[in-house]
Write a protein that binds this ligand. Structure first.
Ligand SMILES: C[S@@+](CC[C@H](N)C(=O)[O-])C[C@H]1O[C@@H](n2cnc3c(N)ncnc32)[C@H](O)[C@@H]1O
Ligand code: SF4
Length: 459
């Protein structure tokens, strides 16, 4: 499969509008409070009857300092003791959910995200993993995809060795930008030495995949300054890059108001940066997986994409397509059977629920047949840049051309613009359409029209 991208400035200008990132379909905006604990229990029962491997997500919300750009679900505190009651509740939640799921189902995928998971000390992390191991069937052969998000400012060689000992085999490091002026403007001071020491330690300890998070579009960034950051990281050749477009939505994320908007690079500079990113990473031998992600050609993500086995979930791209995903901790979102489920967002209601012996789920959504069909279409497109009508027709007993007649009209316009090629058999996204894959998926999103305003811009 051709995994190249082509940068077409005119197309990007024309298609630059806000849109979801499709880590789920329907997106999290469709979750509603009419779906609660009782509905979740019903879906767990069905999921156990169907069986299959599991994926577990744990949300550790705490951060020591705030990065002004941050749009993650986090709680900023210098007080480390805040993690103590949270961890107690998390362990109780693991016990409760562990009792509900069939204990023989293997956990093929596990992820700790944040906030900053390494805000916890080693004893706390060990307690969390031990509790998980007691109540779920974690793999002992190191064959699962067990990953953690790490802030290099909150980590050292010892932590990395400990994380490997706990069973993690994939690691993602937050970096964003090395330029001192950019770092000052976003309140994230992070040295090259500490960042690369963590990356080196991860290699030494045998982590199988290393990822670096960067953001383009931060205040004071220029093409030259960001190229410099990229060159320095490329010299250490991580397996993957996540290079996010800065989502500036100060009305939703209060700390972003501390960013001086006059310092934000204008759209033309962002486009120059994006073009430079594509060029540098391609020259360095990385392939574009899609939606901000690049990987070395032998990385599992790139291999899975070539083999048609890539999937997308709340953590981004994944190689485990068949897992039900269970969320733990505040704000976490799970996907069990045909439903998405989210836990309460604040510490106090979370503690109250758990201490009453109740699950922390407060909203969710059950997918109907149309949702499942559209989810399958969007997943094909966003993961593989192609769509076979026959595959969808077989799975959902529809006639594609009939069911999606208006959508096909839209696709024809995109074909005229050179984003994709379309025939009776299906859709092939062309190299010029790959950076605009969100726009192509948006054609199949029936909830989008009324929601258009609430998403970040595509580029
Ligand atoms: C939970 S954080 C990573 C772990 C750790 N807290 C750290 O900062 O190193 C996940 C990533 O989301 C990205 N991110 C956060 N806010 C963003 C925003 N407003 N726009 C784009 N990307 C953002 C950053 O690249 C960040 O590393
Ligand atoms: S980027 Fe990471 S460390 Fe910074 S505030 Fe967000 S979650 Fe916390």
């Amino acid at each position: 499969m051709d995994q190249s991208i082509q940068f077409d400035l005119d197309l990007i200008h024309r298609y630059d509008k806000s849109g979801p990132r499709y880590t789920s379909y329907p997106t999290a905006l469709e979750l509603h409070e009419g779906f609660g604990e009782a509905e979740y229990l019903k879906h767990i029962e069905k999921s156990n009857a169907a069986g299959g491997p599991l994926s577990l997500y744990f949300h550790i919300p705490f951060c020591d300092t705030v990065c002004f750009y941050c749009a993650c679900n986090k709680i900023v505190t210098k007080n480390r003791s805040h993690s103590v009651p949270y961890l107690d509740n998390l362990v109780r939640e693991i016990e409760m959910q562990g009792d509900l799921f069939d204990g023989s189902r293997p956990v093929n995928q596990l992820h700790w995200g944040g906030g900053t998971p390494t805000f916890l000390n080693f004893e706390q992390m060990q307690r969390l993993m031990d509790a998980t191991r007691r109540h779920f069937n974690l793999r002992s052969d190191d064959g699962g995809e067990y990953s953690i998000e790490v802030d290099p400012r909150e980590t050292n060689d010892r932590t990395i060795a400990q994380l490997r000992e706990l069973g993690f085999n994939r690691i993602s490091l937050g970096l964003q930008d090395f330029d001192p002026a950019v770092q000052a403007a976003v309140n994230r001071l992070q040295s090259k030495e500490q960042t690369f020491a963590v990356l080196e330690a991860a290699r030494t300890e045998g982590f199988r995949s290393t990822n670096i998070d960067l953001i383009y579009g931060l205040p004071l960034q220029t093409e030259t300054s960001f190229a410099d950051t990229l060159d320095q990281v490329l010299a250490y050749a991580p397996d993957r890059f996540s290079i996010f477009n800065y989502a500036h939505m100060p009305s939703r994320f209060k700390t972003q108001r501390q960013i001086n908007e006059a310092d934000l690079p204008p759209p033309s500079v962002k486009l120059d940066i994006l073009q430079m990113i594509g060029r540098k990473l391609t020259d360095a031998g990385y392939v574009y997986i899609g939606m901000d992600h690049f990987a070395k050609p032998d990385d599992l993500l790139a291999v899975a994409q070539r083999e048609g086995k890539l999937y997308r979930n709340f953590q981004g791209y994944s190689t485990h397509s068949d897992c039900d995903l269970i969320g733990f901790g505040i704000t976490s979102i799970g996907r069990v059977g045909d439903a998405y489920i989210q836990n309460v967002k604040e510490l106090d209601p979370y503690a109250a629920r758990i201490s009453q012996g109740r699950l922390a789920v407060f909203r969710g959504v059950e997918l109907d047949d149309d949702d499942k069909l559209r989810r399958a279409v969007i997943t094909q497109l966003i993961c593989h840049f192609e769509l076979s009508f026959a595959v969808i027709e077989r799975e959902f007993s529809i006639r594609f051309a009939h069911y999606f007649a208006p959508e096909l009209e839209h696709l024809r316009v995109m074909q005229g613009d050179g984003l994709l090629s379309l025939d009776d058999a299906g859709v092939q996204v062309l190299p010029a359409g790959r950076l605009l894959i969100r726009n192509i998926c948006m054609v199949f999103d029936k909830y989008l029209v009324q929601k258009q305003q609430q998403f970040s811009r595509v580029i």
